[in-house]
Write a protein that binds this ligand. Structure first.
Ligand SMILES: Cc1cc2nc3c(=O)[nH]c(=O)nc-3n(C[C@H](O)[C@H](O)[C@H](O)COP(=O)(O)O)c2cc1C
Length: 296
């Protein structure tokens, strides 16, 4: 299948951040039959991220504030050179402004199948500000698009009043697809120690708890934009994948569930999805938007 110019064997992608920064992990993800992998978000200079604790479990999910730790673009290009996979690698990038996004896009596009712009991290202040402002989103997407020759995906935050306005801005800037959603702003307090659990205080909620928020975002975006949508948030089963595809997604990404189970959970979901497709006599593309199209 082809989603926004990315050729994948199936619609199951691994999302940014949860796995997938080393060449060895890319091989394991490919062996688990993922359609593609999105890397941890990469910045121009190395970033050590926040102090521990950076992740805490809550009902039906986790809250994280990692602080976008990554080795920086130079070291990461070397790591990409060690990769032996034929599965598409989508490199997630983040910067403070459109100049940094453009520089990252220029440096990384020769080494990947596509770029995903992280416009949406709820615990990295500047990024959330970019992702909540349609004008900034359009400018950043345009700058990245002009600096690269691979498909550019814009990853949106659910932490806005109307995600369709941001989606339309990304489309206007030239995005090839929209990825929705990143994590939902959240926090947790240790009532015995009387302080926030995460060192950064606030973080982002992921996992099954946010699936209905992601499905709603995809549904709303599918009614507003013309470019493909990649659905993200709380996917843990083949039924969750079908729900996102029915809402209008062309592919999906999953992360937290792979931590809850294991990387081979991708294989299990793919096998079950294939059985479902065979029973409906539809291919993956045939499932896209089935319910959404009934509600124009
Ligand atoms: C520990 C952790 C680290 C993450 N790091 C990133 C990141 O570097 N860049 C990014 O765009 N999203 C990042 N995310 C967000 C995920 O890519 C995804 O949008 C979110 O977790 C929802 O999907 P899920 O419920 O399947 O995990 C991270 C999520 C988690 C849990």
């Amino acid at each position: 299948m082809d989603v926004a110019g990315i050729r994948m064997d199936n619609p199951l992608m691994v999302c940014s951040g949860v796995l997938g920064i080393s060449a060895g992990l890319f091989s394991r993800i490919e062996a688990a039959h993922a359609g593609a992998v999105v890397t941890k978000s990469i910045s121009l200079v190395p970033n050590k991220g926040y102090d521990n604790p950076t992740v805490t479990g809550v009902a039906s999910g986790v809250i994280n504030a990692m602080g976008l730790p990554n080795p920086g673009v130079d070291a990461f290009i070397e790591e990409l050179g060690r990769s032996e996979v034929s599965m598409p690698i989508v490199v997630s990038i983040y910067g403070n402004d459109e100049g940094e996004f453009a520089e990252l896009a220029r440096r990384l596009s020769p080494h990947c199948s596509a770029l995903e712009l992280n416009l949406s991290c709820p615990h990295a202040g500047g990024l959330l500000a970019i992702g909540q402002d349609p004008n900034l989103v359009e400018r950043v997407v345009r700058a990245a698009k002009e600096a690269s020759n691979v498909p550019v995906l814009a990853k949106l935050t659910p932490n806005v009043a109307d995600i369709t306005k941001i989606g339309l801005a990304a489309q206007e800037g030239g995005a090839d697809a929209i990825c929705a959603i990143n994590t939902v702003k959240a926090m947790a307090i240790d009532i015995y120690q009387k302080h926030p659990i995460l060192s950064n205080i606030g973080g982002g909620l992921s996992g099954p708890a946010i699936k209905p928020i992601g499905v709603r975002a995809v549904w709303d975006l599918a009614g507003a934009i013309d470019i493909p949508i990649i659905g993200i948030g709380g996917i843990a089963s083949w039924e969750d994948v079908v729900e996102y595809l029915y809402a209008g997604a062309s592919a999906v990404q999953m992360g937290t569930a792979l931590g809850m189970y294991d990387i081979d959970h991708i294989t299990r979901i793919k096998d079950e999805l294939d059985i479902f497709c065979a029973s409906t006599e539809l291919d993956y593309e045939g499932l896209c938007g089935i319910v959404r199209k009934r509600y124009p």
